[in-house]
Design a protein around this ligand. Structure first.
Ligand SMILES: [Zn+2]
Length: 223
């Protein structure tokens, strides 16, 4: 997309309304059945938080992306095993929405908490390789599992302060820098700092790091 040339920073996942007159291009994420999407480009999905919400229960996932070019991804969707009572419904919703992503050839933004193995198994069963684990905050072992399944890893504000995560970031960059994304998620204004810290952690120049993240972002979102 040619209009992307005017942007320096790429925010792979945010819940804030993007300011497209700034230097940051962002993909806003909406919770289907909870929020009405109004961004020029967005991801949409039934969040595992909403697995038992009656408003979300009856949505046909295929309608989320139907004939709508503003939808650039399905998500965030996935599994959150902190909410044990809704796990069966989460799994069903996740699988149904992966079919939708496949139907419309859209990448998937994954929300995964305490469920890495199960999430990756379902992605593999669905033959889904276009996905990112958003807000990645896990171990290097889990990071490698995501990478070897073909996924991207998106890092948010925790990268600024969590030294374990910083080490994971370094190792991921060493193993495959084309799979790294950055995101603000629910922390407003954090993107320029994430770029600074990311470049610093891998001793890259700001310019080369910016180009790399842009390339990763446009590859993931097919923009
Ligand atoms: Zn989020």
């Amino acid at each position: 997309m040619n209009t992307l040339q005017i942007y320096d920073y790429f925010d792979a996942h945010t819940h804030f309304q993007p300011d497209y007159s700034s230097r940051i291009f962002a993909i806003q994420s909406f919770r289907a059945g909870i929020q009405v999407p109004d961004a020029p480009f967005y991801s949409i999905g039934i969040h595992p938080y909403d697995a038992q919400n009656p408003n979300c229960h009856n949505i046909d996932p295929a309608t989320l992306a139907h004939d709508n070019p503003r939808v650039v991804a399905i998500g965030e969707i996935g599994l959150d095993f902190r909410f044990t009572e809704s796990v069966p419904m989460q799994i069903q919703l996740f699988k149904n929405q992966l079919l939708t992503a496949q139907l419309y050839s859209l990448p998937v933004v994954i929300h995964c908490v305490k469920a890495t193995e199960q999430t990756l198994a379902i992605l593999q069963q669905a033959d889904c390789r276009d996905f990112m684990f958003h807000g990645f905050n896990g171990s290097i072992n889990n990071a490698k599992k995501v990478l070897s399944a073909g996924g991207f890893l998106s890092f948010g504000a925790n990268l600024l302060t969590n030294t374990n995560l910083q080490e994971v970031f370094r190792q991921v960059a060493q193993s495959d820098i084309t799979k790294i994304l950055l995101e603000s998620d629910e922390v407003e204004g954090v993107i320029p700092q994430l770029y600074d810290r990311g470049a610093e952690l891998i001793s890259a120049t700001q310019q080369s790091f910016m180009l790399q993240i842009k390339q990763n972002f446009t590859t993931f979102y097919n923009l």
